[in-house]
Design a protein around this ligand. Structure first.
Ligand SMILES: Nc1ncnc2c1ncn2[C@@H]1O[C@H](COP(=O)(O)OP(=O)(O)OP(=O)(O)O)[C@@H](O)[C@H]1O
Ligand code: SF4
Ligand SMILES: [Mg+2]
Length: 371
């Protein structure tokens, strides 16, 4: 398989215009929890996404990171309108699509595409690669010049696969190649926005960089905007111009890459950066915070600041007042942080490690005391 991608065969690139393509305000998704023996009634909600604001400019990549269960996939599915929001607003190219019907969404369905985490599960094993990639064209009744087959062959070449493998089935490809098929399918309709939900997490580490490079080429050369969802900050570091850090259904910090990696202010961002060894492989003098312990339940999140049950800086105010997501003094424009007692904008080493999990700290203390 050739690692070379030929992007020159694709229609004219759309340069990043800097205009807002997607805007999300106060976005919420509550999943109802039903209980009761005979009559099922709503006994609570999983507050998966609970008041999220962000935008993505045309041609730009926004990275979204956070631990498992913090609401990243739900946010991605709300943006692509695979899910109906409980509250808030989603605007695409200036149009409010928050509650648009299937029919109203039809014209923009082709412009917003999704790439999923698991290349094994997201491709139909009984379909040939050709029909998988042509699927979106068929559904949307699109007949490119030269025919669908020619376009599929072009797309296979773009993603670095052999166009002659048009008639093969997904099981004949490796994990990385299958994810390339997923990328080709997402490109089939010439999208303006791709939501990539952990597109490389299921792949071998050795393959991850190849797929990230492919996505980066796609983003830069075709001018496609990305919402790139990832667990840790290392993967999005080189891919996304801006980064949003999520915790328990909320964005706790957002800003330009340089600002987030070089001068993080939210304790949680500090913890994520210090727990991600590859976030900055050249820097040995980074602080050490060991992020452990469980994220509280999104059914009953902590009052005030949601991070307070794991935060080493928490004070009384943190339990009573929710910190707003605002620009702090000294921060670059567009760098917003939700914290009452923010950290210094540095990633210098600390005198002592901060251990976030009391149980882990107790075990380590006991181990230290054992002769
Ligand atoms: N359909 C659903 N019904 C009920 N709860 C759901 C549903 N989908 C997600 N959730 C819950 O919403 C919360 C956020 O889930 P989500 O999948 O968005 O998190 P995530 O950040 O993508 O996590 P991961 O990193 O594990 O993929 C979790 O507590 C999850 O259990
Ligand atoms: S608001 Fe308080 S608890 Fe929340 S991150 Fe800031 S210091 Fe920690
Ligand atoms: Mg997810």
């Amino acid at each position: 398989m050739s690692e070379q991608t030929t992007l020159d065969k694709v229609p004219a690139p759309r340069p990043a215009s800097g205009e807002k393509l997607l805007e999300v305000t106060g976005l919420q998704k509550y999943f109802p929890i039903n209980g009761g023996f005979i009559f099922q009634r709503r006994v609570g909600d999983v507050r998966a996404v609970d008041g999220v604001d962000f935008h993505i400019n045309a041609g730009e990549s926004l990275g979204m990171v956070g631990e498992s269960g913090c609401g990243k996939s739900t946010t991605g599915r709300l943006v692509t309108r695979l899910l109906e929001p409980t509250g808030g607003k989603v605007s695409y190219a200036g149009k409010d699509i928050t509650h648009s019907s299937r029919k109203e969404l039809a014209p923009i369905r082709s412009e917003i595409q999704m790439i999923f985490q698991d290349p094994y599960a997201s491709l139909n094993p009984r379909q040939t690669v050709g029909s998988i990639i042509a699927g979106p064209m068929e559904i949307n009744g699109i007949n490119p010049t030269g025919g669908r087959e020619r376009r599929v062959r072009e797309l296979l070449e773009i993603v670095g696969l052999n166009p002659e493998h048009y008639n093969r089935f997904p099981h004949e490809f490796s994990g990385g190649q299958r994810q390339r098929i997923g990328v080709a399918r997402a490109l089939a309709l010439d999208p303006k926005l791709i939501v990539a939900d952990e597109p490389v997490s299921a792949l071998d580490v050795s393959i991850q960089a190849q797929v990230v490079n492919l996505l980066q080429k796609v983003q830069q050369e075709l001018g496609i905007a990305f919402l790139f969802i990832a667990h840790d900050l290392a993967i999005v570091r080189h891919f996304s111009q801006r980064i949003a850090v999520m915790y328990l259904g909320k964005i706790v910090e957002i800003g330009d890459r340089e600002s987030i990696y070089g001068g993080p202010r939210h304790p949680y961002t500090h913890a994520l950066l210090s727990s991600s060894p590859e976030a900055d492989p050249d820097d040995d003098g980074r602080e050490r915070i060991r992020l452990a312990g469980d994220v509280p339940s999104p059914i009953n999140p902590p009052s005030g600041c949601r991070f307070r049950t794991r935060c080493w800086k928490a004070q009384d105010k943190c339990a009573t007042e929710e910190p707003p997501l605002v620009r702090l003094g000294g921060n670059a424009e567009g760098h917003l942080t939700a914290c009452h007692f923010p950290e210094e904008p540095t990633i210098e080493a600390r005198e002592e490690d901060i251990v976030l999990d009391p149980a882990l700290a107790a075990i380590e203390e006991a181990a230290d005391e054992t002769p």
